[in-house]
Design a protein around this ligand. Sequence first.
Ligand code: NAD
Ligand code: MG
Length: 398
Amino acid sequence: MSAITRTVSILGVTGSIGRSTVDVIEQARAQGGAISVEAITAGQNIAALAEACRRLRPRFAAVADAAQINEVRAALSGLDVEVGAGASALEEAGARPADWVMSAIVGAAGLAPTLAAVRRGAAVAIANKECLICAGPLMLRAAAESGAKLLPVDSEHNAIFQVLTHPAHVERLTLTASGGPFRTWTLEAMAAARPDQAVAHPNWSMGAKISVDSATLMNKGLELIEASYLFEMPEERIGVLIHPQSIVHSLVHYEDGSVLGQLSSPDMRTPIAHALAWPERIAVSTNRLDLAEIGGLTFAQPDLRRFPALGLAREALRAGPARVAALSAANEIAVEAFLGGRIRFLDISRIVEEAMAALEGTEAGLIAKTPSSFGEVAAVDQAAREAARRIAGSLAAA
Ligand code: NAD
Ligand code: MG
């Protein structure tokens, strides 16, 4: 057993990844790890933030909404923690001096605080795929300039990271996908799928947004983009395989014919522990993998007719970073509308597709150009959200 010493911050401490990170930190402390917590953030759940403060004893805690400042102060009084609220407080959480930062806010909302950590050269554990996707090349450049280390936490990317011993000799990558809750559903059944069915993932317990993305396979599309950016691999050299057991978390194919993968039970505490301890390893208690009990591992090609989101993501990746940012932003709006009961399940991919087509028409200049600043990324993001809202509105009214 080895003990690690780290100062850490957790952006999005109250979410699914955030709570698993707290658990891993407590387990590391129990093994003698000296882990002090600099900053934690939450969206709106002040009670959960207070609970995290009691467990972690951070120096700074912040919520997303500036209007909640008095409520946060009251809830955290007596805990000896500095308090902040609003966008600048979230950014401060990323900027404060922690060696290691978990980026686990959901959506592009995580970009500014994650970037603050990247710019000061921290080790940044990337769970929040949307922030990497919306500004990939700029984020990677910022990391190269500051010396920040990006540690992939998404299980597929963490798996690849673990077996990427010889990057120069890789032929291609395969991302595995569980297939989500609708893997075996007909298109007709999917058309009537409700939000509670879409978030009921068979293997993983996750936040609502990523659960819906897993049901449309947009999650795998976003992960394809994430892999392309993180591992500098072109779209045509990244494959996707449906693997319903979620045991093989991805594969790296080498030019000598070797295929290396990482296996574990589907539990995010494994990749989180790997990222936290990197380049060491620590012990973490999970459901241990028992292959004899599972009996068989199966693999199949994804069905692009029922899951068009995967094709849309491939197209966006081929088109370039602005299209990618627009795709992810439009998807956020569409998922929100579906979870709010305003549109139907199959409308999600339809809205993304139509939003891309609309932008190609009205914002051709914006969408064709590789954003050279975060301001340009924000402009693409906003235009895509507006287009998606307009289309969602007309589908809801129909
Ligand atoms: P979640 O919804 O459970 O948690 C999201 C966190 O972000 C919460 O702390 C929430 O309070 C905070 N938040 C939400 N909106 C915010 C805003 N506008 N401003 C600031 N904070 C806000 O989500 P999750 O499942 O933990 O996923 C987090 C990220 O990790 C997502 O990008 C997801 O794709 C990625 N991820 C999650 C899993 C998983 O197993 N849950 C696996 C791989 C990748
Ligand atoms: Mg994943």
